[in-house]
Design a protein. Structure first.
Length: 114
């Protein structure tokens, strides 16, 4: 299983960005797809997760970010609005499969300037 993420870049504070991640390979069932981020000098943290039609968000992004899954394409997107400098980091997508299997994407850099 491989995940390919795209959509990162540089943006000024207050602007939007959309990240996209598609999973390929031997996939029959996806339990969840999620976005994490790793800010400079900080541990990787969960940003948003989509599972079974429900979505959950980190408190810091609630109301600004929206995660969406496309089950037909085994893909997930993250629409990020009203970006803040604190949102800067490398964003990783993750897919959770049955039997405890999971895979990470390669990461895409988001830089928000003030």
């Amino acid at each position: 299983v491989q995940l390919q993420a795209s959509g990162g870049g540089s943006v000024q504070a207050g602007g939007p960005l959309r990240l996209y991640c598609a999973a390929s390979g031997r996939i029959t069932v996806i339990n969840a797809m999620a976005w994490y981020r790793e800010a400079p000098g900080k541990q990787r943290e969960l940003v948003a997760v989509s599972s079974g039609g429900s979505a959950n968000y980190a408190d810091s992004v609630k109301g600004r970010f929206t995660i969406s899954m496309d089950n037909a394409k085994n893909a997930v997107s993250l629409q990020m609005n009203s970006l803040k400098p604190d949102d800067t980091g490398v964003y990783y997508c993750k897919v959770n499969l049955p039997w405890g299997m999971y895979y990470w994407g390669q990461g895409t850099l988001v830089t928000v300037s003030s």
